[in-house]
Design a protein around this ligand. Sequence first.
Ligand code: GLN
Length: 458
Amino acid sequence: MTTRSHPKGLYLLFVTEMWERFSYYGMRAIFVLFMIKALMFDKAHAADIYGTYTGLVYLTPLVGGYIADRYWGNRRSILVGGVMMAIGQFMLFLSGNLHNTDVQSATWFLYGGLGMLIAGNGLFKPNISSMVGQLYEPGDKRVDSAFTIFYMGINTGSLMAPLICGTLGDTGHPDDFKWGFLAAGFGMLLSLAVFSLFKNKYLVTPQGAPIGMAPKRVHESGEKVVHAPLTRIEKERLAVILIVSAFVIFFWSAFEQAGASLTFFAEEQTNRNLLGFTVPASYFQSLNPISVVIFAPIFAMIWTALGRKGMEPSSPAKMAFGLLFLSIGYLVIAFGVDGLQPGVKVSMLWLVSLYVLHTFGELCLSPIGLSLVVKLSPARFTGLMMGVWFLSTAAANKFAGTLSELYPEAGKAAPQLLGYTINNLHDFFMVFVFMAGAASLVLFLLSSQLKKMTHGLQ
Ligand code: GLN
């Protein structure tokens, strides 16, 4: 059973999400630069807008999930969300067109575009993920590996995004940012086109019934459908989602240092010379999506092989391993900078090792978490619970910013955290070793109890 190939619908969702993520990350790659270099915002203001935007983008899935569960179903929510996101990208394109002739309109198009992206993502993101699980029968062992494959789609899009939108938009000439946004808009249209064309053919259950349709509100007899109250088992399963989502906040807030403190570290403390060429600090951020695409199939194979021997860890235990990998990644780099004199730069290999270890962690936690949410939610709540899962990313992004303020800088008073003084980079990285390590340990200890609370669905 574990070796059976996957339904075609999985590859449709893979391609749809790949182009949507291309659009999302393509815009993100040039967004801050556009605000600073074309709209002439100061850096702190741009950073503030960026933080608010990335936080809100993961907050709205709660609403989008609810709308799908209650009214629209996944398909319609995805289509409406996708159209809104495409409009958002085209509004940014207009902002890029107007930035030096009519700054006021350009600013309005910026905010309008961001609003469309935030609302659109809320409708799109939780619902595309919940459809992956519905392609399988409950209890099908292939679901974890399906989400791992789907995760490769996410990262293939994320990987192409800065290369294409960055190259078109970030040319050094502020008039060119618009081309990056335009490419992001076309990516979104491509995602919508593929989804619309093939959804009826491939988005079906193993028996051929369509999935992702609007929930029935009225019986054929004309009587209203009443949603059954939650049973005790269902409540325990939902509690598992809430508990693991809380742990996941620790994961993403340490992981998301990539865009903040780890980029400062790449910029200032890493020797980026490679055969006479200086690797730009921003390139380090593509190490993660590249590693996901390389290692995801290996992880999927490992789970399948362990499953065949009856040795596959439970989902909460896999997620605890994820936190452990994250902790080890920081331990490696803490070792690399131990006793480092100010102004001395370390080899790039430290950051490369950190990102690869973090990717291993992500592959144990993120696709597994999406899969767990789908398996544990009663069908009438899947969208909403997916929203809860993404809520932890929203909280973590905010927390990540606060933690990165602890980054030690010469001439600044040593920051403190719960009585622990951060005198140097080693101390800073150790914060994440402890944080992720402690979360991993507690999750390991809880994992057999959590497994019981899933009542056989982990
Ligand atoms: N990078 C992944 C994505 O964009 C995971 C994001 C998350 O859940 N924090 O979908």
